[in-house]
Design a protein around this ligand. Structure first.
Ligand SMILES: C[S@@+](CC[C@H](N)C(=O)[O-])C[C@H]1O[C@@H](n2cnc3c(N)ncnc32)[C@H](O)[C@@H]1O
Length: 258
């Protein structure tokens, strides 16, 4: 089942998570900051029209504003409740799917997207990015690689064969999709970020609070029995660190030119 078939459910989860997102999105903010910090200012000094594709509550928009105070920044998200929160900081807000952007070709200098394309068909999303960027325009993205939530997968694999995370793409697949969409000067880097939680319940609660709990085909549909749950908890405890139960994020940060 392609990711597009679960899109309505993904959108609904983000719609419901809008009010809890900011309090739980610690790693997401850090990743946004890394994406901007490592976007070489000398490579891309001037920008007038910026697009934040999957802007959520607008944290990226606020960061972009600090770097380019006079730019016109458009936030796009398919969850209107997220956009309502991003609206204060954006010059324009648009409820749309980043796989089908309602903008003319060559409209933007920068296509920016942090932790969103893991829910998209990358071929379609990057083709749209290439279409709306002007020639020479810059792409900056962060997404999640296959090591993301590895502890969660290992713990649940002790009780069932269901999918418990999204099918995250490896850097090679991201790079190939960018090349396929016509991008050049592609550079990708991997960073490990870790969030810690006191126990498994709070960890899963935090994933739900950012709206990121839809996993696509093969996800568990029914409730888990008490015994199975205790087994998962015990398996996850094997990963405990001094700071708490870790949730690993295998972050891919990438830049490319049209
Ligand atoms: C994890 S949040 C990241 C939000 C923001 N970029 C940040 O870093 O805080 C992912 C966001 O992407 C949006 N999203 C996911 N798939 C999308 C799509 N195909 N089109 C538009 N928005 C999408 C969700 O609604 C959600 O607000």
């Amino acid at each position: 089942m392609p990711l597009s078939t679960i899109k309505p459910r993904v959108r609904e989860s983000f719609e419901r998570a809008a009010t809890t997102y900011d309090a739980a999105a610690v790693v997401q903010r850090r990743v946004c900051e890394r994406l901007l910090e490592t976007l070489d200012p000398s490579v891309f000094p001037l920008a007038h029209q910026l697009l934040d594709a999957g802007c959520g509550t607008g944290y990226g928009v606020r960061l972009l504003r600090q770097r380019w105070p006079t730019a016109h920044i458009t936030g796009v998200d398919f969850a209107p409740a997220m956009l309502d929160l991003a609206r204060h900081d954006s010059d324009a807000c648009c409820a749309a799917d980043i796989e089908m952007l309602p903008f003319a070709a060559a409209s933007f200098d920068l296509w920016w997207s942090s932790l969103t394309i893991q829910w998209c068909d990358t071929d379609i999303a990057f083709a749209e990015a290439a279409r709306v960027l002007r020639p020479g325009g810059q792409l900056a993205l962060s997404t999640l690689g296959p090591g993301t939530f590895k502890e969660l997968r290992a713990a649940f694999s002790t009780v069932d064969q269901h999918r418990h995370t999204l099918p995250f793409s490896a850097p090679k697949a991201i790079s190939e999709a960018l090349t396929h969409a016509g991008f050049c000067n592609i550079s990708l880097r991997r960073e490990k970020h870790t969030a810690h939680y006191p126990n498994l319940k709070t960890l899963l609660h935090a994933v739900k609070a950012i709206g990121a709990h839809n996993v696509g085909e093969g996800g568990r549909s029914g409730m888990m029995g008490r015994q199975a749950w205790q087994q998962v908890e015990a398996a996850y405890e094997q990963h405990r660190e001094a700071a708490g139960l870790p949730a690993s994020y295998d972050v891919i940060i990438g830049y490319a030119r049209k």
